[in-house]
Design a protein around this ligand. Sequence first.
Ligand code: 13P
Ligand code: SF4
Length: 301
Amino acid sequence: MELTDKIKKLKKEKNAVILAHNYQLPEIHDIADFVGDSLGLSMSAAKTDAEIIIFCGVHFMAETAKILSPQKTVLLPDKNAGCPMADMINADDLKSLQDAHPKAVTLCYVNTSAAVKAQCDYCCTSANALKMAQNILKNNEEIIFIPDKYLAQYVADQVGRKFITWEGYCPTHAKILPENIMQAKKLHPRAKVLVHPECKPQLTELADVVASTEKMCAYVQNAPDTEFIIATEIGIIYRMKKENPGKSFYPASDMATCPNMKRINLEKVLWSLEDLTYEITVPQDTMDKARLSIERMLQVT
Ligand code: 13P
Ligand code: SF4
């Protein structure tokens, strides 16, 4: 039997659902029940009826699914699929920052560990970071935004404020340079430039659209344009081509690939279903505190 057939059969038998991030390999997109961005994946995890969630993404995403669906078994097919940006801050680091700024409200990017989320007031993803910041600023003066310094700067510029930030960043998005965009624009002068807000500010300045991965997918589908330069992890281009066969997509840089996202493959998904590996667990009190910051986000979104 083909690997994909085995996965489909076992998935049904075990009442499992496969959730996949937009940066996953094409074959993972093709077997997933839902493909999306961090926000869409959190929402799907919160509302699924399945008993088992196979999470094709990185550790913090599977942890977020577990926090939102604690009664379910959440499995990450490769236990080493982490996010270097999420690992750039821990709960002690955040505590020191909060002690230094006692009046500030903490807004944490979803790319953080459960322990860090447990210490935050609000969570956000790249899809709703601006909305979350605007909402917080209605009643508060100061925002601690962690860990992504580039996303923090992008949102701070949009709301015309200065945030208290952390030196975190995504190594994959940081590989994309302004000269890559300039070069791509020369080759494809009619193309619209889409940039993820995890990219450096010199890149967002060159963008026609700054958006999360899901909003990028919606934009390319709805826009009358037919050519697009994509400045984010290149895995998303498979989905864009599949959904828009008549349009052309050019990666801003072929270097923008996330090795952690690419750890998951069909064999590992099958083993995960067969052996129920690797189960994500979070201590109960951490989970309960972290859920508050995520639910506050879902209420605003
Ligand atoms: P989104 O898909 O939420 O835009 O996130 C991008 C990312 O880098 C996830 O790790
Ligand atoms: Fe983390 Fe960047 Fe990979 Fe997303 S693309 S998982 S932010 S390293």
